[in-house]
Design a protein around this ligand. Structure first.
Ligand code: GLA
Length: 768
């Protein structure tokens, strides 16, 4: 709901209110952003009294002797009129570098589509504050888009030139918000290949913190999702402000606590390698940034972002639609496969209950490794003599959907496409372009290249009846041409244009976003893709950390999680398949290990996992996500629930011999009901007991002997006993104790053999 009272605007969502005011000198300022308040007595919120601070300059003495821009909670800022913080806008014309925007008019109405960008659908309302610089005939519109039910407010800026002379935009942030410091700590996420969503938490000092990405894509270096925790904010309680950007390219975040304690938050396209010249009548639109306020702690923020993404961002065809369990051959075969091997995997996948079979990289051109053929999406006949359509038919015959890997934006030098069209490549005029993973990027700013790619995709997807594609993107930008100041941005608009075409042609095609893992998981991409490959790191312990950090801003329905081989390929860390499933379960489940080579015990385990997941798939993918305990406290605990049922994942950190009594304290259940609680059953490899096994066997067994190996491939030791009934009151009150972990001093049927980095999943459901 948006209300206007004179020069004051109230933007209210279900639980929050943002109050904006046009002040005495025509500057829009933020007077309040916090829990929902009524639209009455706004004066109480106004900054008072205005007062010149220190050595500042009076902005306009004819209107007020006391107003200096430096002290205002400005909603937009340009330099050199008294505001010395990081500006949200830097413009430069031949005549002036002082662009001074003041209020012209306001409009409240239906939200508009943003030209060139994905726009979250179904907004409640939009406020547009139109500002102008009368001397320069420049305009700036501040757009505030309200998503009332989800407590999210979107914000973007449109800059327009009305002057005969052009001007340059050197920096144009989507978001500027100024808050009084509430003892904030900033939580941001730095990322590397296999190290996505590493959490960085830091207090704010009197300086400026900057982070972002300049690699050409959003998720490298730092993801655009971040938040500010007020003092006292915990997982379930306290105030937090969350931010994100609906954009897939370079971005910058600046958090500046000034010397008077105000905190300025800026977010938008990175100004590095960015200069947009606007001729008369031309406009530039920034991408939309989004913010949310919660006083229900980090989980409250997560719920709001989840509802927003699931309901407004994800393509409508997939909004709240359950995703299939997938099998992907990558870690099983890499690029070394043939039709026989793939057929064997398909047959096995069907038997195990898989619903979508995905053929990954290596099916086209003459691609045996990552050195060739990107760009030539014609089948590699030596590997797949019956073509993709033959394979697709085979998969469909085995009652699964069929998915295929592409890396449309890249090109190998060793490819027919490169030989025919070297001019399609992203490069500057003077230097040889640098290769990354043996490949170059295509110039997506060129409509001819986009058309070529669209035709290639269409001619494969359509005839072969492909149900799903994994869209990969495996290198950063380099060698950007100089002739266009916004090349890196235009590339992203080109990418959106291509994705729009693909979605329009194949609206029901499922698409998984991938950039060597999570190098480009952002709200721009999730406007086209219903899920994203979270990380190339499939080690469950690492994944637990990455997934839960990502889940603070993105719903688990977009987290594509695969169970991989017991000895993980990225770290060589060994964890059980049970643990891998437990950690992967909250999200979209998949498998990528060689299922044709499973021991009987592992085959049983995977079948059980798939059955378990199917029984409660909606909860796993769309239930309310809550982080219950952080890893630093000894174990990472998180859950999904629907108010009556919950699945709780427990992931151990390092085991100790002196772990105390632990309790399981779920949330979001009904205290008036009686509950069953039960650990998911798995068989524990009894080789983990080493030579201790001899304490219970009548004959002596060699630790790695043939007999031990034979038995352990077939039978395991049962999970600890943990099953029973409990009242909702007791459960929510924290009375449910977990069995003790193995501590080296004997064991019984209740002893939890969970080990370093091991996991469990607990089902909690009403007795009737
Ligand atoms: C990237 C992806 C992997 C796999 C390979 C194929 O690394 O993240 O999942 O698809 O490419 O080359």
């Amino acid at each position: 709901m948006i209300n206007r009272d004179g020069n004051t605007f109230f933007l209210s969502t279900k639980k929050s209110t943002l109050i904006l005011r046009i002040n005495e000198v025509g500057k829009p300022i933020c007077e309040y952003y916090g829990h929902r308040v009524p639209s009455t007595t706004p004066e109480a919120a106004f900054t008072k009294p205005e007062m010149m601070m220190g050595r500042s300059v009076a902005y306009d003495k004819t209107k007020s002797e006391q107003i200096c821009l430096n002290d205002l909670a400005l909603e937009i800022s340009t330099p050199l009129k008294g505001d010395t913080h990081a500006p949200s806008l830097i413009l430069r014309s031949e005549d002036s570098v002082v662009f001074d925007f003041t209020f012209a008019e306001a409009q409240i109405g239906e939200a508009k589509l943003m030209e060139g960008y994905p726009t979250p659908r179904g907004a409640s309302e939009e406020l547009v504050l139109a500002l102008e610089d009368k001397a320069l005939l420049a305009k700036a519109e501040l757009h505030y888009v309200v998503y009332e039910e989800e407590d999210v407010i979107g914000r973007y800026v449109v800059i327009e030139n009305g002057n005969d002379k052009s001007f340059d935009i050197e920096k144009a942030m989507s978001m500027q918000l100024v808050l009084e410091d509430k003892g904030f700590e900033l939580v941001s996420h730095y990322s590397n290949w296999t190290g996505e969503f590493s959490v960085e938490q830091q207090p704010l000092f009197h300086n400026r913190i900057e982070f972002g990405s300049n690699t050409g894509s959003s998720g490298d270096d730092h993801n655009p999702f971040f938040y500010l925790k007020a003092k006292g904010c915990s997982l379930h309680h306290g105030e937090v402000y969350g931010f994100n950007l609906i954009y897939s390219g370079n971005h910058l975040e600046q958090i500046e606590k000034d010397n008077y304690g105000k905190v300025r938050i800026l977010q938008g396209i990175s100004p590095l390698n960015f200069r947009k010249t606007l001729a008369k009548g031309e406009k530039f639109i920034t991408p939309m940034a989004v913010m949310t306020y919660s006083e229900e702690g980090l989980n409250g923020m997560a719920h709001q972002f989840h509802d927003f993404v699931n309901g407004h961002v994800i393509p409508e065809e997939f909004s709240y639609v359950t995703r299939p369990i997938c099998y992907n051959n990558w870690e099983a075969t890499y690029a070394k496969f043939n039709e026989g091997k793939i057929h064997a995997l398909i047959k096995k996948a069907e038997k195990m209950g898989i619903e979508l079979f995905v053929l990954d990289d290596g099916w086209f051109g003459h691609r045996d490794d990552d050195k060739s053929s990107l760009g030539d999406y014609n089948v590699y006949k030596k590997k797949l003599p019956h073509e993709i359509s033959g394979l697709s038919a085979y998969v469909h015959k085995h009652n699964m959907k069929f998915g295929l890997w592409f890396e449309p934006e890249a090109i190998s030098v060793d490819s027919d496409l490169f030989r025919a069209h070297p001019e399609y490549v992203m490069r500057d005029k003077l230097h040889n372009p640098s290769e990354g993973r043996n490949q170059l990027l295509l110039d997506l700013t060129n409509p001819e290249v986009r058309e070529y790619l669209f035709k290639q995709l269409k001619s494969t997807i359509g005839p072969a009846q492909i149900d799903y594609i994994k869209w990969d993107y495996n290198r950063i930008f380099s060698d950007v041409p100089a002739d266009n100041g916004t090349y890196m941005h235009d590339y992203i608009l080109g990418l959106y244009d291509l994705l729009n075409k693909v979605r329009a042609e194949f609206p029901n095609l499922m698409m998984e976003n991938c950039a060597s893992g999570g190098g480009r998981n952002d709200l721009g991409m999730f406007s086209y893709f219903c899920q994203g490959w979270v990380s190339d790191d499939t080690d469950s312990y690492e994944r637990g950390k990455i997934q839960t950090a990502m889940a603070m801003g993105y719903p688990q329905s977009v987290l594509s999680n695969h169970v991989s081989a017991k000895t993980n390929h990225q770290l060589l860390r060994k964890t059980s398949l049970g643990t891998k499933f437990d950690v992967a379960s909250i999200g979209v489940l998949g498998y990528e290990l060689d299922i044709t080579k499973l021991d009987p015990i592992d085959e049983r385990e995977i079948k059980n996992q798939i059955t378990y997941y199917k029984e409660n798939r909606y909860l796993f993918q769309f239930g309310r996500f809550d982080l219950l305990q952080e890893l630093e406290e000894g174990a990472l605990i998180y859950q999904v629930s629907d108010g009556k049922n919950a699945e709780v994942v427990y992931m151990n950190n390092l085991q100790t011999t002196h772990s105390g009594i632990e309790t399981l304290v779920p949330v979001n259940l009904d205290s008036s009901l009686t509950y069953n609680y039960k650990v998911r059953h798995e068989e524990i490899d009894f080789k983990r007991f080493g030579s201790l096994i001899n304490q219970v066997t009548p004959i002596h067994l060699k630790e790695e002997g043939k007999l031990v190996n034979f038995i352990s491939r077939r039978w395991g030791y049962g999970t600890e006993k943990f099953e029973g009934e409990i009242s909702g009151d007791m459960l929510l009150g924290g009375a449910l104790k977990l069995p003790r972990q193995w501590a080296g001093t004997g064991m019984n049927e209740y002893t939890r053999i969970i080990l370093d980095f091991g996991a469990r999943i607990y089902r909690i459901s009403p007795t009737k």
